[in-house]
Design a protein. Structure first.
Length: 307
C-alpha cells in the first residue's frame, strides 16, 4: 500500500511552480520526492507556505460603495450621461477606462468615471480659489467678507504676495472644499433663443429633429451650420413679430430678415438634389433624363397643364 499511496504533503504531478532543490534530486517519483523536500528541515523553504494559504483571500466587491456614491452625487448636479449601473455594450467614450485591467466592464467603467470626477473636482477647486483670491485683491465682487478676510491687510497691488514678515504666518490656509454647483447649460436648454455670440448655440451631432432654415445650407460643419440656421431663424422670428404679428408694440426692433430667395424649392435653372423625397410636379411622367435635369424649373409643368 505504501508503494501506491504518496504521503502528504507533496506537490501534485504537473505542478509547474518552483520546488526548492528539486533539480538536484532524482531516483523517486515526483510526489515522493517533493514530499521529502517539503518536510526536510535542511531544505531552504520560503518564509510563507506555497501549497496552502494561512487564511482565505480578501474578496473585494467591485465597484466599491465610494465609486457608486460618486456617480450618484454627480447625477444631482450635472447632466449625467454615465449613470450607475453602466451596462456592457456601450460604445461611447468612458474616461480613464483604458488603464483599468482585470475587471468586469461595469467595475472598470465605474472606477474610471469616479477617478475622472475626482480629478475634475480638484481642478474646479483650484479655479474657485484663484477666482476668489482675485476678487479679494482687486476689490471686485459684491459680497460680505469673512472675519479672517477683514483682518487681512488691504493692499493696492495684486498678488502673488511673498511673505516677508512673521505676520503672514498667522494666516491659516483652509482646506478647499468642493462646492457643488449645477451647470447652467444642459440637454434641457433650448439653443434657439440663445444670444448670437453664445458658443453653446448649436445643435449637437445625432439630433434627429427639425432644424429650422438648415435645408439650404451646405459646405459647413454641423456646428457652424446649426449655429447659422438658428441665428437666421431667430432674426426672422423677431422681424415678423415686430412687423406682422405685433407691429405697434414692438416697432423699430433692429433685426435682419433672411433673403426670401433661399426659401425657393423649385429653382428655374438648378435641378433638385438626387434622393429628394418631396413632391416634384411632373417628375413621375418624365423619362430619358437624369433626376437633376428632369427637375429643372419644375413649375413649368403647371403652366403646360393648367387647363
Amino acid at each position: 500500500m505504501d508503494m501506491v499511496i504518496t504521503p502528504e504533503p507533496h506537490f501534485i504531478p504537473g505542478y509547474t511552480g518552483h520546488c526548492p532543490e528539486y533539480r538536484y534530486r532524482e531516483g523517486k517519483t515526483y510526489g515522493k520526492l517533493t514530499h521529502k523536500l517539503l518536510i526536510d528541515p535542511c531544505t531552504k523553504h520560503a518564509p510563507e507556505l506555497i501549497v496552502t494559504t494561512p487564511m482565505q483571500p480578501l474578496l473585494f466587491d467591485y465597484p466599491t460603495e465610494k465609486e457608486i456614491k460618486t456617480l450618484e452625487n454627480r447625477e444631482k448636479f450635472v447632466d449625467a450621461i454615465y449613470k450607475h449601473p453602466l451596462k456592457p455594450g456601450y460604445g461611447g467614450y468612458i474616461p480613464k477606462m483604458g488603464c483599468k485591467l482585470g475587471k468586469r466592464y461595469m467595475s472598470a467603467a465605474t472606477a474610471g468615471i469616479a477617478e475622472h470626477e475626482a480629478l475634475l473636482g480638484l481642478v474646479r477647486c483650484v479655479q474657485r480659489s484663484l477666482k476668489h483670491g482675485s476678487l479679494l485683491e482687486g476689490g471686485e465682487g459684491v459680497f460680505e467678507p469673512k472675519l479672517k478676510e477683514r483682518m487681512m491687510p488691504m493692499t493696492a497691488y495684486r498678488g502673488p504676495l511673498i511673505p516677508v514678515t512673521p505676520r503672514a504666518r498667522g494666516v491659516k490656509i483652509e482646506t478647499c472644499r468642493i462646492k457643488e454647483e449645477k451647470i447652467p447649460y444642459s440637454k434641457f436648454t433650448v439653443p434657439h433663443f440663445m444670444e448670437e455670440d453664445n458658443e453653446e448655440k448649436f445643435v449637437v451631432n445625432g439630433y434627429s429633429g427639425h432644424i429650422p432654415m438648415a435645408m439650404t445650407r451646405f459646405g459647413q460643419s454641423s456646428k457652424q451650420l446649426s449655429h447659422g440656421a438658428l441665428t437666421d431663424f431667430v432674426n426672422n422670428y423677431r422681424h415678423r413679430k415686430s412687423d406682422e404679428w405685433c407691429p405697434l408694440e414692438a416697432a423699430g426692433v433692429a433685426s435682419s430678415c433672411p433673403n426670401s430667395t433661399q426659401f425657393v424649392i423649385y429653382h428655374q435653372s438648378v435641378g433638385m438634389i438626387p434622393n429628394y423625397a418631396g413632391h416634384v410636379p411632373g417628375e413621375a411622367y418624365s423619362f430619358g433624363r437624369t433626376y437633376g435635369n428632369a427637375t429643372v424649373n419644375a413649375k413649368r409643368w403647371f403652366a403646360l397643364h393648367k387647363d
